[in-house]
Design a binder for this molecule. Structure first.
Ligand code: DQA
Length: 137
């Protein structure tokens, strides 16, 4: 099983970025743990701060991967293009957010990804990515 994780803008700063909201673990460290937790799963990781690159990667793996775990970060709330890409591809997408976006500012309550996602995991910290892998298994 081949699963791609796509992380959007500023998620490359996890570990130092607003640790009270996102915790103090870097995604690289968490990704190593995730791979150890699911040794039979082929996990790919893509992070970009650029909207078009995220659309490009969704198109690239969206017809060959078994599943995609997408945390589009701030683009979740703004990007029609990422929402359209999720709709256009055949791989199921699980949307993940580390923080509980519904307990935060109202502009974080809208998602262009959710309407076309297979499921949504919000507010369980980095553990949400493991829950998403489990959902594909
Ligand atoms: C986030 C929530 C978004 O609102 C925010 O812009 C992020 C991270 C999360 O994982 O909690 O960058 O997607």
């Amino acid at each position: 099983m081949k699963i791609a994780i796509i992380n959007g803008p500023n998620l490359n700063l996890l570990g130092t970025r607003e640790p009270e909201v996102y915790g103090s673990t870097t995604f690289e460290d968490y990704f190593d743990r995730l791979k150890a937790q699911f040794p039979t799963v082929e996990l790919l990781l893509f992070q970009s701060n650029i909207e078009g690159e995220i659309v490009g990667f969704l198109q690239q793996c969206g017809f060959s991967c078994d599943g995609i775990i997408l945390n589009a970060a701030a683009y979740t709330h703004t990007s029609v293009a990422i929402g359209d890409a999720v709709k256009a591809i055949t791989a199921p997408v699980v949307e993940v957010h580390i923080s509980n976006t519904f307990a935060r500012e109202s502009y974080r309550h809208q998602s262009f990804v959710s309407p076309n996602a297979a499921g949504v995991i919000i507010g369980f910290g980095l553990q949400g990515y493991a829950l998403a892998v489990r959902s594909f298994l």
